[in-house]
Write a protein that binds this ligand. Structure first.
Ligand SMILES: [Fe+2]
Length: 205
């Protein structure tokens, strides 16, 4: 299960950990924590409408870099992938409705799923076009990597910035952050580096 994707995950983390970037240690931590020896169980495949609609376009928007290579590897294994949505507990809040309908997560290595990593999650996310990922905070330290699709990102009180394929993003514990897509979908790598069982919450004001 996911052999090509996990191999591409490892190469991508080696590439990111070697960069002079505040997130480099996070990628080094992923390399340490993932059990690269093999899958421990099978996983059921499951897709979502946003994936069916945008995965191919997302891959076409990926750059010639190891983050793009990871997206292409996952696409080659698309019949094996188990996608899921997030923030189901926010179903009663209209402000999260766009994200609920247009955001999907694919678990790579982590405490759950077929490849194991202790107290750390690694994932690919797809965010549909014109979709607002509201400002949110969590205790978890987080790293992102932009695979494909140019979106606007905000971190703390910093201005919104467009991030292209190949960009790496670091979110320290407790910092507010948000992502807005425009006319393109976004495919990105995302990892929580600690405290994976704690929730994330939206910040509306
Ligand atoms: Fe986050």
């Amino acid at each position: 299960m996911l052999e090509k994707s996990i191999a591409a995950l490892k190469v991508m983390c080696e590439w990111a950990a070697a960069q002079d970037h505040e997130a480099a240690w996070g990628y080094a931590k992923i390399l340490e924590r993932v059990d690269w020896s093999g899958p421990r169980q099978e996983d059921q495949s499951e897709s979502m409408a946003v994936v069916d609609t945008y995965f191919e376009q997302c891959v076409s928007l990926c750059g010639d870099n190891p983050l793009g290579d990871l997206a292409r590897a996952a696409y080659s294994e698309r019949d094996q992938l188990r996608w899921f949505g997030m923030y189901q507990t926010y179903d009663d809040d209209e402000r999260g409705a766009s994200l609920n309908a247009n955001y999907a997560i694919l678990r790579l290595a982590g405490p759950k799923g077929c490849w194991f990593a202790s107290d750390l999650t690694t994932a690919i996310t797809i965010q549909g076009p014109n979709t607002w990922y509201p400002p949110h905070v969590h205790k978890q330290t987080e790293v992102y990597g932009v695979m494909g699709g140019t979106a606007e990102w905000q971190r703390g009180a910093e201005p919104w910035v467009e991030r292209p394929s190949g960009d790496i993003v670091f979110h320290s514990s407790g910092i507010r952050h948000a992502i807005q897509t425009r006319d393109e979908p976004l495919i990105s790598f995302a990892s929580w580096l600690d405290h994976v069982h704690l929730p994330s919450v939206y910040v509306w004001n």
